[in-house]
Design a protein around this ligand. Structure first.
Ligand code: 6R9
Length: 669
């Protein structure tokens, strides 16, 4: 047996679920893992029965044609009915479905019965525009309640939505509209971001001008009323002037409010398309990941209830934008299927000040917070005084998603935000998996900072080496192993493929280990069987014959009191194959000083071994990240190896890499 990834970092701290939390938790009996493993199909069927079906399924799982799966074959239901109508019709009718705060501070509270009316009107409006069952609708909006209405209205009439993040360019929009052959776009004049207007309608105009023959209508919400405002030095036109195209462009306020609130839900097949969501992939054109109705809803509902221990009186805040899968599964479909109250916030975490998140928690008494390591590390960098000046005693559970969370960031989150009182759930999953896959269950799992712990009941995750050997099964008892993560059985919310490209789906995820799903991530499994996700295998470094994960070196750096965030890459080296280069951001309480870089190198060597000592460390002001906050190590490799930058379309801020490039080059000379 050989390991595919060396495991270096050791983290010994563990946290038991608080006794009172465990006693009241939605699930607290560890026997559930064994039961679900014995009969995973029956386990998922149990969850599916908690949805309202127009017609029951006659076969729970059809896995006769892998990797193309079908769940709940023959069943019929409507996702919008399950997220809205069934709550509006019962005791939750007056309950808050969405509590929203705009960046300028405007607040809206929408009950389930109001949500039903809003969504029904919009659904009728879409019908009037000629959209119907089987069509695709592109949604390109700021984080306003109407974004959720748009998704639900599409689901209501059986049209698939394709949400494109409001920060993406006209060109990305153009690609996604054409790949999905969308019939209509739902957009807004603009959205608020850090005090300025993101001109959305203008980008839609540009995209369509580039050639989007499938688009018949553009529905435009007035959000900013941005006439005369300046955006990046350019005056923003009023949303209904400028390039307003008569016959194509439709004003929301002229069309939607006059619609009837009666709009029956289309009865959909469990396997009918619910949505397409484009994920960038490391190379090539974006992949249109498809999700269908019955299995997806089952998976997101189950994980919302158990991972977040969602209760009737919770106020659940997943900070993700609906442009990402996290916003689809845990702002909209998961929590609303459960009848939860959901918090939505439009803007940036540092507007007007760096305590905005904590102010929101204090003001609205948010009970569950689900955010990303990139945000947590930014909060650490900004300093402890911001959370300290707010009362966040309403919080009872904290979650993390999007990247591996470094142990120090986990501890900070647990101590400064959760005050040691709230369990922390680090959840691993992907756009393609649709639902959370590897995660603690807060009433059961003893957590370890930096570990996503175990696969959710009914899911089986394994660590494989290059030859596909299951390292967890063949290792000596208690031995730690590292390799490729793979998933061995189908789960309900798994993607049904890539839109219009089944071959790419097979090649990308199912050909490395035939019969198993390969997500592209590395992982280690510790002596207790806990998973520690190590990031994308493309990022793994090969240093003097050792496969070292960037994540472990980054975590060792973040462990140093001066460091808030680190990005590590392997840079070509004549003798070692690759040498480790690190880009480091300091906490606001620390400054660069003579000797600090040597101290950091020594710290890494001390924490995880001399093999991982970085050859060079650059103190940076920012790191290149995707717009969803993931560090783009590929671009840092381009910088370090003096290449022209590769694809930067998903990069949040291009100035960041250019600055780093200058700094790197001046250091080299
Ligand atoms: C939900 C989401 C998926 C990739 C995934 C992995 C990384 C997400 C993680 C994590 C370690 C976690 N990732 N959660 N890595 N620990 N808790 O982020 O979907 O945007 O498709 O990204 O993100 O590398 O493969 P998506």
């Amino acid at each position: 047996m050989h390991e595919t990834i060396d495991t270096l970092l050791q983290e010994g701290r563990t946290f038991a679920p608080p006794a009172d939390f465990a006693a009241a938790a939605n699930v607290n009996d560890p026997a559930i893992y064994e039961q679900a493993a014995q009969d995973s199909v029956g386990f998922w069927e149990g969850w599916a029965k908690q949805l309202d079906w127009d017609q029951p399924w006659n076969q729970a799982l059809d896995w006769s044609n892998p990797p193309f799966v079908k769940w709940f074959v023959g069943g019929k239901l409507n996702a919008c009915f399950n997220c809205v109508d069934r709550h509006a019709a019962g005791e939750r009718s007056g309950k808050t479905a969405i509590l929203w705060e705009g960046e300028p501070g405007d607040i809206r509270r929408i009950s389930y019965s109001e949500l039903k009316d809003e969504v029904s009107r919009l659904a009728n409006a879409l019908k009037e525009l000629g959209v119907g069952k089987g069509d695709r609708v592109c949604v390109y909006m700021p984080m306003v309640p109407e974004l959720a209405f748009a998704m639900l209205a599409c689901a209501r009439i059986g049209a698939a939505h394709s949400v494109v993040f409001g920060g993406f360019s006209a060109e990305s929009l153009f690609d996604r509209i054409n790949d999905g052959q969308a019939k209509a776009v739902i957009t807004a004049d603009g959205g608020w971001r850090r005090g300025s207007v993101v001109p959305l309608k203008r980008a839609v105009d540009e995209a369509i001008q580039m050639g989007c023959p499938s688009i018949e209508k553009v529905l435009v919400l007035k959000r900013t009323g941005s006439e005369g405002l300046m955006t990046q030095g350019v005056p923003t036109p009023a949303y209904d002037q400028g390039k307003w195209v008569e016959g194509r462009d439709v004003r929301w306020e002229e069309l939607v409010p006059r619609q009837s609130v009666e709009c029956p839900c289309e009865s959909m097949d469990a396997e009918d398309l619910l949505y397409i969501l484009y994920t960038s992939g490391s190379t090539g054109k974006p992949k249109g990941i498809i999700h269908t109705t019955g299995g997806y809803l089952t998976g997101v509902m189950a994980t919302t209830k158990w991972v977040f221990d969602l209760k009737e009186d919770d106020l659940f805040w997943c900070t993700a934008d609906c442009g990402w899968v996290t916003g689809h599964s845990y702002v909209v479909y998961g929590p609303l299927a459960c009848g939860a109250s959901v918090m939505m916030y439009e803007g940036a975490p540092d507007m007007p000040d760096k305590d905005r998140f904590w102010r929101l928690i204090e003001a609205h008494k948010i009970t569950i917070l689900y955010t990303a390591p990139t945000a947590i590390r930014a909060f650490m960098k900004w300093g402890d005084e911001y959370p300290e000046r707010c009362d966040m005693s309403s919080l009872r559970l904290l979650g993390s998603v999007g990247e591996p969370i470094n142990p120090e960031a986990w501890i900070w989150y647990q101590q400064f935000i959760g005050k040691g009182r709230c369990p922390v759930v680090d959840t691993w999953w992907q756009t393609e998996t649709g639902q959370i896959m590897i995660t603690p269950l807060p009433g059961i799992t003893h957590t370890k900072p930096g570990s996503a712990t175990h696969s959710f009941p009914g899911i089986e995750a394994v660590v494989l080496n290059e030859e596909g050997v299951d390292l967890g099964a063949v290792r000596k008892p208690g031995q730690e192993v590292g390799g490729y993560l793979a998933l061995t059985r189908p789960w309900p919310a798994m993607t049904r493929g890539i839109y219009n490209d089944p071959e790419r789906f097979i090649k990308t995820y199912w050909s490395k280990f035939p019969g198993k799903y390969f997500p592209g991530d590395g992982t280690k499994m510790d002596g207790d069987g806990y998973f520690w996700l190590l990031g994308r295998v493309d990022d793994i470094m090969l240093v003097a014959g050792h496969n070292i994960s960037t994540m472990e070196v980054e975590s060792a750096l973040v462990d140093h009191p001066a460091v808030a965030e680190a990005a590590v890459i392997g840079k070509k080296h004549d003798l070692k194959g690759q040498a480790i280069s690190a880009f480091v951001l300091l906490r606001s309480t620390h400054q660069n000083r003579p000797g600090l870089i040597d101290e950091l190198k020594a710290h890494v060597a001390h924490k995880i071994g001399a093999i991982a000592r970085p050859d060079d460390i650059i103190i940076a002001a920012e790191l290149p990240k995707t717009r969803s906050g993931k560090i783009m190590r590929r671009l840092l490799r381009d910088v370090a190896e003096g290449r022209a930058l590769g694809d930067t379309t998903t990069l949040a801020d291009s100035n960041v890499v250019n600055t780093l490039k200058d700094k790197y080059e001046s250091m080299e000379s």
